[in-house]
Design a protein around this ligand. Structure first.
Ligand code: FES
Length: 108
């Protein structure tokens, strides 16, 4: 199992456990866990509604590619610990990480 923590927009933290070897990105896992993530672009690094701040474990994650960095550059509230959840593959590099949901909320 891979365990990491998600903080919602109200500051509430909850652990999420995912079986190893699952072929999903973090945006898909957050949506499947009923977090309010719009993901308008469907995971193409084009909408930034899956913006997360990595509170812990940033260094262990695979580096962001150009498309992700370009999109993060356009966000006024992005920082050096910002990532797009759809560009993060869920694997053992997420073990122990803490993600804060930042992207624009939908209307669930
Ligand atoms: S889902 Fe659109 S940028 Fe991640």
């Amino acid at each position: 199992m891979i365990t990491f923590t998600v903080e919602d927009r109200n500051g509430e933290q909850q652990p999420i456990e995912i079986p190893e070897g699952i072929n999903l990105n973090l945006m898909e896992v957050l949506k499947a866990s009923d977090y309010d993530i719009l993901a308008t672009c469907g995971g193409m690094a084009l909408c930034a509604t899956c913006h997360v701040q990595v509170l812990d474990g940033l260094d262990a994650l695979p580096s962001a590619q150009d498309a992700e960095l370009d999109m993060l550059d356009t966000l006024p509230d992005a920082d050096s610990d910002s990532r797009l959840a759809c560009q993060i593959r869920v694997n053992e590099s997420l073990e122990g990480a803490v993600f804060r949901i930042k992207g624009e909320p939908g209307f669930i």
